[in-house]
Design a protein around this ligand. Sequence first.
Ligand code: SAH
Length: 466
Amino acid sequence: MGYFPLFHHSDQLYALIVGGGKVALRRAKALVKAGVACDLVAPEYVPELGELIHNHGGKVMLQKFDPQLITSAYGLLLAVTNDHQTNQIIAQQGKAQGLLVNVADDPTAGNVIFGATIDRHPLTIAINNGGASPVLSRLLRQQLEQFVPQHYGHLAKLVGSYRSQVKQVLPKESDRVAFWESVLQGAVAEALFSGQHKLAESLLQQSLQQADKHISNGEVYLLGAGPGDPDLLTLRAFRLLQQADVVLYDALVSDAIMALVPDTAERIYVGKRRANHSVPQHGINQLLVEHAQLGKRVARLKGGDPFIFGRGGEEIETLAAHKVPFQVVPGITAASGCSAYAGIPLTHRDYAQAVHLVTGQLQDGRIALDWPKLAVENQTLVFYMGLKSLPVICQELIAHGMDPNMPAALVEKGTTQDQRVIVSDLSNMPEVMTQETVMSPSLFIVGRVVNLHNKLAWFSSERDDS
Ligand code: SAH
């Protein structure tokens, strides 16, 4: 069962609490604090609970629950008696009458549950993990409590009172995002966090007077998205992505990264698969220019690093030729990400003093590479786009004198939840690859460092990948 988070206006909610124990008291405290009107029905109750309800203008009914007590005024029913069976019956009756129902000892019997909350009024953060682990929610809440300063509430209140003014000055959403990001992460926030409310407000007014510097005339962010794990996206790439009006992305950009794209941004898939280019490169270059010339902030998300076999260079050449401003944000390239997650150090004092990043792309069935330079000891070779050409790579390396028993690894979908590491050697890998039906994207690593995988992968992560 899933949950959908909504925040209810507290002054438009009227709750009936059924039950008079400690759980009822805890719930009542939370509701009353948020401004929800509450009545109580229970044959007996802890005195503090009765007082609380009474002091907040609620009715206290000293009796057993009776379905007739439910009137159309109530929106929320809490079944918090100490009897499971009774709670079930109350829940059924409440749901039959279309109420929001929460059952203390059985989240599935009702239709709403309470989350762990962090209250920085008017800022509220609620956490729910579907009842899987209240302890996990509590731990997360503790972390967030430390992370979200107490003054965040004041900050929210202050910027909230300027929202409509800013909207008038900056009608375009992405310009406003840029404006608010600078306010919320700059001097205004710092002043508030140190308790200087007046200073914060005057700094905000100053920023508003200079708001036009946030008006974009079109710009492109060439963002390295990393190899898949969203935790490997850089902070800078994440921040710029949040400001984008439009996002052009590749096949290599993982779903987990795409989930970080703001809902307001238009998404354009320009993925390329071998021999099946959905948008040819010059078309992508052109799209970037066109969108930027419309004044948009364009995020060009590319798997790994934009400048490592990413054709990022061609894209920015076109942008430069059209005088479109751009920023390039490096990403973690597949070689770094896959090797780290597979426990294969690319260099090692004893085994590899150099590392080559090599394209394995075939041209007319051949790979034009300097094989004698590659087929030597004491270095690591990392082949990108080398899946189809893997048999040719192995053949050429052996033909140019490399040890046929040289260890080799294929890392499939590296750094993602589906990562697989297949270890073999040069002479056997072509066959192993076929047996294992290895899929794209995969990275081919050749060198003595691969031997360290068995030793290191075991300890370096909890992944079950080999
Ligand atoms: N710019 C990218 C590389 C693009 S070339 C980067 O810096 O990583 C595409 C090749 O990268 C794929 O054919 C594959 O060899 C490799 N690759 C990219 N992501 C990968 C991943 N998550 N796992 C394994 N290989 C990957």
